[in-house]
Design a protein around this ligand. Structure first.
Ligand code: BGC
Length: 547
């Protein structure tokens, strides 16, 4: 390999090698995505700091890649690393084609791409298509006058007859505040579905659309393998920016912020652009409560994959997880595309906090890697990290999300800042020594080792990798399903049984199943016939005798 990033033409070779081996068949996908691995989300500010300023950076991520290769993930997705005033910590982009100095430089991303590709890891960036920073040169042009060349790249409207905002839309991060800011100089309001410093762009303007596609081309040319697209549904707003219906008043980003007919041509254009570099994947954040609507965003002329956040928002109880899994599965099977599964991210409380601690986190991880679909693992979940408690004087995020963005502890030594060279920008998660990479690498019974085993099993076991999924009815407190039907001769079926309840219980089962893995910290049972016993807050993988 030369000095620059890996050329884009070499990128699909890994998937092709796997296909050729015949061992590992990717899930069939009507969206045309060859990607069926595990994606690890890095929140760059909090992953690892090489510069010593207490904020994570690209050189830190490169230094941490061996950990991720050891863990066995296939791709890393970096939350935004572009130039930004950081009002929304990078989701307010002021230059899409440069790296913010706090994270490093373009040379650092080239080095990261090369190091990742050498380890067989894909690198996905966050594409932020719905808005820019108010400091972006596009907006600085647009705000200048009503005739400015880029005026129509954003959404400007005259005041309502009473002088108020042009419609009833409200914005995020502010209870019921309008999604509009009045700009004195030109006497019009501009739309922003998030902070006033994040003006929403106008995808109906062909030049804006082309400029956004150029951003994708810029990064694909540099060797980037995929993208996570921020709130992509919002680029298809009602052309008339119609008022939301009364029942959705005050609900940010609902109603007419996204209309299927309005978004379809933009998805098609994005897809054509991505298809120019085969092997490139895009997962869209389509943050809608109904998985059936989310599933309408994937397909051969739209996204490869879409986030549905069913398990992120479901309360930790078996009935709710069962219903969510069944519904999501049905919605995505009907369009022939694998769903994604997400337990945590940089916007929501972590799974260890929501599932009552480490035992629950182990159970949830077992489901994440055994469900049919593409798992997204949020950095720190592999260590069983819970949300940090952030005292009021250290709160920095306008959306109250600091707790789930706590820094990753690398070493056990608190006196040496758990491997960070500077004091981290946010407080540690609870018990950072126990939840450090160092402590957990040394302990084969750790949450980290459980993740590594699950990821390896998902890759190596044909039924988990590509088998169909059938739901099983066992017990009220249990989520249970079977993966199999790959090749009855060679691939034994796998059953997953997860007890989310507070009591130990026994499930009925057919004889002839042996334990592949248990989260109950009782490795003695592994390899033994399954007895039916499921301790409280534990999960087990069992394998049929056939095979
Ligand atoms: C991102 C958030 C961000 C928002 C605005 C979201 O969906 O995940 O972190 O604040 O979009 O860009």
């Amino acid at each position: 390999m030369g000095d620059g990033p890996v050329p884009t033409s070499d990128r699909s070779s890994r998937a092709e090698t796997e296909l050729a081996s015949g061992e590992a068949r990717p899930m069939s996908s009507a969206s045309g995505s060859p990607f069926d691995g595990v994606v690890y989300q890095i929140y760059p500010r909090s992953f690892r700091d090489a510069s010593g300023d207490g904020v994570g950076d690209l050189a830190g991520i490169t230094a941490g890649l061996d950990h991720l290769a050891w863990l066995g993930v296939d791709a890393v997705w970096l939350s935004p690393i572009y130039r930004s005033p950081m009002k929304d910590f990078g989701y307010d982009v002021s230059d899409h084609c440069d790296v913010d100095p706090i994270f490093g430089s373009l040379a650092d991303i080239d080095a990261l791409l090369m190091a990742a590709h050498q380890r067989g890891l894909e690198v996905w960036l966050d594409f932020v298509p719905n808005h820019t920073s108010d400091q972006h040169p596009w907006f600085l042009d647009a705000i200048g006058s009503r005739e400015a060349p880029k005026r129509d790249w954003y959404l400007w409207r005259d005041p309502a007859p009473d002088g108020g905002p042009p419609n009833n839309w409200t914005r995020d991060f502010a209870d019921g505040a309008p999604a509009w800011t009045f700009e004195e100089a030109t006497g019009q309001y501009y739309l922003h579905e998030f902070l006033p410093e994040q003006p929403s762009v106008n995808w109906r303007n062909p030049d804006l659309r082309e400029a956004m596609l150029d951003v994708l081309r810029f990064w694909m040319d540099r060797g980037v393998d995929g993208f996570r697209s921020d709130v992509i549904h919002l680029i298809g707003k009602s052309p008339q920016l119609r008022d939301d219906p009364p029942e959705l008043r005050g609900v940010p980003r609902a109603g007419h912020h996204h209309e299927p007919d309005a978004v379809a041509p933009h998805l098609r254009a994005i897809r054509d652009c991505l298809d120019a570099v085969p092997g490139t994947t895009m997962v869209g954040e389509v943050n809608l409560p109904d998985a059936a609507k989310v599933a309408s965003y994937v397909g051969p002329d739209r996204l490869h994959l879409a986030f549905q956040f069913g398990l992120l928002y479901a309360p930790w109880e078996a009935r709710s997880w069962r219903d969510t899994i069944r519904y999501v599965q049905a919605c995505f099977e009907s369009v022939g595309v694998p769903p994604t599964w997400v337990l945590s991210n940089h916007d929501w409380s972590r799974i260890a906090s929501r599932a009552g601690g480490e035992d629950g986190a182990r159970v949830a991880a077992t489901l994440l890697f055994t469900l049919r679909g593409v798992p997204f693992l949020y950095m720190g979940d592999e260590l069983g990290m819970a949300d940090a408690v952030v005292p009021p004087e250290r709160v920095v995020d306008p959306g109250g999300r600091d707790g789930c963005r706590a820094p990753l502890p690398w070493t056990t030594d608190a006196s040496r800042r758990h491997g960070w060279t500077g004091t981290p920008w946010l407080p540690w998660p609870p018990d950072p020594t126990r939840h450090s990479v160092e402590a957990q690498r040394d302990d084969e019974r750790s949450v980290l080792h459980l993740h590594r085993r699950l990821i390896a099993l998902r890759r190596e076991h044909p039924s988990l990798r590509s088998g169909a999924m059938h739901h099983l009815d066992t017990h009220d407190e249990v989520v249970a399903f079977e993966r199999g039907d790959v090749d009855a001769q060679r691939a034994p079926a796998v059953r997953v049984l997860a007890n989310l309840g507070a009591s130990d219980l026994e499930v009925e089962h057919a004889p002839g199943w042996r334990v592949l893995l248990t989260t109950a910290l009782d490795p003695a049972r592994e390899g033994a016939p399954f007895s039916g016993w499921l301790p409280a807050q534990s999960a087990v993988l069992i394998e049929s005798a056939a095979g």
